[in-house]
Design a protein around this ligand. Structure first.
Ligand code: ADP
Ligand code: ASP
Ligand code: MG
Length: 460
């Protein structure tokens, strides 16, 4: 059972989450639940800001740490009958955090490694607190540090997990648990015990890793929405809950939508066919969305995802014609720059290649591309890199589109009627996904137009 940041946002929500866990433990017939927690809502962002402040010698980080400390102490006071012991242990953690940030302030440098250490406090704190709340309610609950059993490489900020080794250690540690195990999500360690993190929103991934390692019946991911919705509810109020969908569909949605699930979540559980159920802490009686090997059965599309703030880079020129060599160099340059290409499209004239990046990656990507293609730029075989900023990728996703004509017609027809101009299009041969790029200013209109075009007769 994994509870995300919004499920542990404040005392009331933590109380509700604890009740959900205790009810599940009381009902359990085979083995006690393992609970994976995120940091309190906003805590990770606040820790990142504190580290950034300390790096430039901005004393404001002390105030941030003080407020975070008070927030945690207040939750303990509200939820525990005798909070003193918890207050002491929280205070100790905050003293340690303050010392680390003071070190950053002194050396005016925060490596990714140190940043991981700073971020790890969010999950450590929420989990210790949560375990104490469960015990206060009479449950047998124990805190486990995932750095003892989730082993990663040293790719700080988004480390890669050694799954076989982690599974083995996980079993040694967690299989014999007698009560409820409470585990911080998001954090792990290298072979030499250095703290790493699994990438933003990584707690979902921690939960599926533990689920796969222990071979559980199912993994529950508790959020603040009734399940995976047909589109981002912040932009499409008429979005509805998708009852069930396949791992592939969920992976496509999370890869392109980024927000509702960490994209790696499906990987460990899919191999073992362990279902993942997305549920709502604020509405525990709702059935949620079940992700398994069974596809949604949706007639055409299952859902719509979107990635905000992307940039298009068009590489244009006759040098691209008959381009195997150029393409290889283009992509190895991008690999060297360590940037992910979210979408690629090339018209068959071979005159241009269109690449789409997260905006934060563009400067890095352009630098490396210009370096790699310097000879072609000098000889004008490649004329220029045309850059279009503040764009948005939208993707329609679903197994139902396979082999069915007319999906693109309906999609682009609707966009045309709404006078939304499309800057690039890509469709994988899996036919599970059609992605296109529109201007960021058209985000909401695009999502709503596409939603109406495919779902006008469903949902709210
Ligand atoms: P947590 O941190 O609690 O695990 P997140 O905030 O990371 O949860 O993810 C849940 C949020 O994702 C929702 O509140 C919603 O605003 C957003 N979201 C974006 N796209 C979708 C979607 N298709 N279905 C459900 N939620 C979505
Ligand atoms: N706390 C981390 C984040 O905000 C991980 C997570 O919540 O899943 O990204
Ligand atoms: Mg989150």
């Amino acid at each position: 059972m994994k509870f995300g940041g919004s499920s542990v946002a404040d005392a009331a929500r933590i109380d509700a989450a604890a009740q959900i866990v205790i009810d599940a433990a009381n009902r359990a017939t085979s083995g006690m639940p393992v609970v994976v927690l995120s940091a309190l809502k906003g805590a990770t962002d606040e820790l990142i800001r504190a580290a950034a402040d300390a790096t430039v010698g901005e004393a404001g980080f002390r105030e941030r740490v003080k407020e975070l400390r008070q927030q945690h102490l207040d939750v303990a006071s509200e939820l525990l009958r005798s909070p003193e012991a918890m207050h002491n242990s929280l205070s100790e953690r905050f003293t340690e955090l303050g010392d680390i940030l003071h070190g950053v302030e002194l050396v005016r440098e925060c490596t990714l490694r140190t940043r991981d250490l700073v971020m790890s406090f969010g999950e450590l704190l929420s989990s210790e607190l949560f375990a104490a709340v469960l015990r206060d309610r009479g449950a047998n609950a124990r805190f486990y540090d995932p750095r003892e059993f989730i082993r990663t490489d040293s790719g700080h900020g988004s480390a890669r997990v050694n799954r076989p080794l982690s599974y083995e250690r996980m079993r040694e540690t967690l299989e014999e648990r007698e009560g409820i195990a409470v585990v911080p999500g998001f954090i792990a360690a290298t072979a030499s015990g250095v703290t790493t993190t699994l990438g933003r929103n990584g707690s979902d991934y921690t939960a599926s890793l533990i689920g796969a390692g222990l071979g559980v019946e199912h993994v529950e991911i508790w959020k603040d929405v009734d399940g995976v919705l047909s589109a981002d509810p912040r932009y499409v109020p008429e979005a509805f809950v998708i009852d069930h969908m396949s791992f592939e569909e969920a992976a496509e949605l999370s890869y392109f939508g980024a927000e509702v699930l960490h994209p790696a979540t499906m990987l460990p559980v899919q191999e073992l066919d362990i279902p993942v159920i997305i549920r709502n802490t604020l509405n525990p009686s709702a059935p949620g969305t079940r992700i398994s090997n069974e596809s949604s059965g949706a007639e055409l599309i299952t859902g719509i995802a979107s990635v905000e703030d992307v940039t298009i880079v068009n590489v244009e020129g006759t040098g691209m014609v008959g381009m195997p060599g150029v393409a290889a160099r283009l992509f190895s340059a991008l690999a060297r720059a360590d940037v992910t290409v979210l979408m690629i499209s090339q018209a068959s004239s071979e005159h241009t290649v269109c690449l789409v990046f997260r905006s934060q990656d563009v400067a890095k990507a352009l630098r490396e591309l210009e370096h790699e293609l310097a000879p072609e730029l000098a000889s004008r075989e490649i004329e220029r890199f045309d850059v279009q900023e503040k764009m948005e990728i939208v993707a329609v996703i679903g197994e139902g589109m396979r082999g069915k004509p007319g999906v693109s017609g309906r999609l682009f027809g609707a966009l045309g009627e709404s006078k939304i101009s499309v800057h690039a299009i890509a469709q994988g041969s899996s036919e599970r996904n059609i992605s296109f790029v529109v201007s960021g200013a058209d985000r909401e209109r695009t999502l709503r137009t596409v939603h109406t075009a495919f779902f006008c007769d469903q949902g709210g």
